[in-house]
Design a protein around this ligand. Structure first.
Ligand SMILES: NC(=O)c1ccc[n+]([C@@H]2O[C@H](COP(=O)([O-])OP(=O)(O)OC[C@H]3O[C@@H](n4cnc5c(N)ncnc54)[C@H](OP(=O)(O)O)[C@@H]3O)[C@@H](O)[C@H]2O)c1
Length: 308
């Protein structure tokens, strides 16, 4: 496929959704230990519009997107365990394109029980696993408050904490209470009806996936020496000390976390949910705006790029 060109979304300057330009780029060639995949669906994450707006100094130009599902179409030197035709999902930098390369070890076999759109939503599980277990050390019997239990990360966090035998309390809008309960939450708090800190107390761990004032308001619902794990922002350390609790950054993701998540998926113990599907690739701007504006629904936003 050398010298061929493929459609991709490119960002040349930081800014609004108009910076997402559909253009032709050379088809990437897999290097050592990489595979080339035909992308069927890309996950759409809040980090995508944050990078586009310049919150992180990502090198320009770039193709957005960090995760996808698709079909292996070429393998680089040294790749074991993946072959042309495999249906896969996992971490893929530059996933808003019809083809992309990624290290083979970051991809997992897509279970037949999942659609490609569902498989593209799995990245939130990896984040949730890292925050709950690698950082939070969550164990059976602990009380955990998970913010945004219907969100792309939160809906996995609720399922993972439930599977670990924790007592799970989650926040959600009224219309998502049934959904979050069905994922395994023991209690679901309508955070719009009253401040969550008036409805919950004495938790061992808070998983903050919301940020803003939710981060520091969460300090009051922890037990003494309880732990706030945030994947969005860190609270003022003086306020953490004054509250007699601890806080840690939870945004660390590892290959080990991906492997643990894949095992649970294979056993049918966790299930990805898709909030809304945008298609085709030219709808990338609409998908990012939906993510930024908190578009209604449950689970992850997905950009459908190709048919199988
Ligand atoms: N550091 C990392 O590695 C990492 C990785 C992934 C994500 N993140 C960050 O984590 C955050 C969440 O990501 P995501 O993909 O889960 O986002 P998302 O799917 O866009 O989250 C949307 C959810 O947030 C809920 N929500 C909004 N305001 C809320 C509030 N005040 N209290 C409780 N819930 C609220 C909404 O619930 P209702 O519809 O029920 O109201 C909605 O379900 C983002 O800021 C993202 O950038 C960080």
């Amino acid at each position: 496929m050398k010298n061929l060109h493929i459609p991709a979304i490119c960002v040349h300057e930081y800014g609004g959704p108009e910076q997402l330009q559909l253009q032709e780029v050379p088809v990437p060639v897999p290097a050592k230990d990489q595979v080339l995949i035909k992308i069927v669906a890309s996950g759409v994450n809040p980090i995508d519009w944050k990078i586009r707006e310049g919150f992180m100094k990502h090198p320009l130009p770039y193709v957005p997107g960090v995760e996808a599902s698709g079909i292996v179409t070429a393998v680089g030197e040294g790749v074991f365990g993946k072959k042309v035709g495999d249906e896969v999902y996992g971490a893929v930098d530059g996933s808003y394109a019809t083809y992309a390369v990624t290290p083979a070890e970051l991809l997992f076999r897509k279970p037949h029980s999942l659609t490609f759109e569902e498989a593209a939503a799995m990245g939130g599980a990896k984040t949730a696993w890292g925050a709950l277990f690698d950082v939070g050390r969550l164990v059976k019997g602990q009380r955990i408050l998970i913010h945004a239990g219907a969100g792309g990360v939160g809906h996995f966090a609720v399922q993972l904490a439930y599977n670990a035998g924790a007592y799970v309390i989650a926040t959600a809008s009224a219309e998502n209470i049934d959904f979050v309960t069905s994922l395994g939450a023991d209690e679901v708090i309508d955070y719009k009806a009253a401040p969550f800190e008036t409805q919950v107390s004495s938790v061992d761990i808070v998983l903050d996936t919301v940020g803003g004032d939710t981060t520091e308001r969460s300090l009051q619902v922890l037990k003494p020496d309880g732990l706030l794990v945030s994947i969005v922002q860190m609270p003022d350390p003086e306020k953490v000390t004054a509250a007699g609790v601890r806080a840690q950054w939870g945004g660390t993701k590892t290959l080990a976390a991906m492997k643990e998540v894949h095992k649970l998926l294979d056993k049918g113990l966790i299930q990805p949910y898709v909030r809304k599907i945008f298609q085709p690739l030219s709808q990338a701007a609409a998908a990012q705006e939906y993510s930024k504006n908190g578009g209604a629904g449950r689970g992850k936003i997905v950009l459908k790029i190709s048919e199988v």
